[in-house]
Design a protein. Structure first.
Length: 88
């Protein structure tokens, strides 16, 4: 059964008035979608091959792509806590 059909069945099983929701499929190029996710400050995205079959357990059909920022900062100072060598 195609992924789109499985998503539709799953969405129909979840009542609209509870906290669980099915994420929407985002059509388009992965780089463009990831750029939007990154700009929104989100953690990242999880994608799945559209032609994949359902299998329980770990699978190579899923891909988690994390968004992160690398930056440089000046260290202005360090405050160290004094610890007694006799304290437990």
């Amino acid at each position: 059964m195609p992924l789109a059909d499985r998503r539709e069945i799953l969405a129909s099983m979840i009542p609209p008035d509870i906290r669980i929701q099915v994420s929407q499929a985002l059509p388009g190029k992965a780089k463009a979608i990831f750029h939007l996710v990154d700009q929104a400050g989100l953690e990242g995205l999880i994608s799945k091959r559209r032609d994949s079959k359902y299998r329980s357990g770990p699978s190579t059909a899923w891909l988690k792509t994390k968004a992160f920022t690398i930056d440089e900062y000046d260290l202005l100072g360090v405050e160290r806590e004094l610890v007694s060598p006799l304290s437990p």
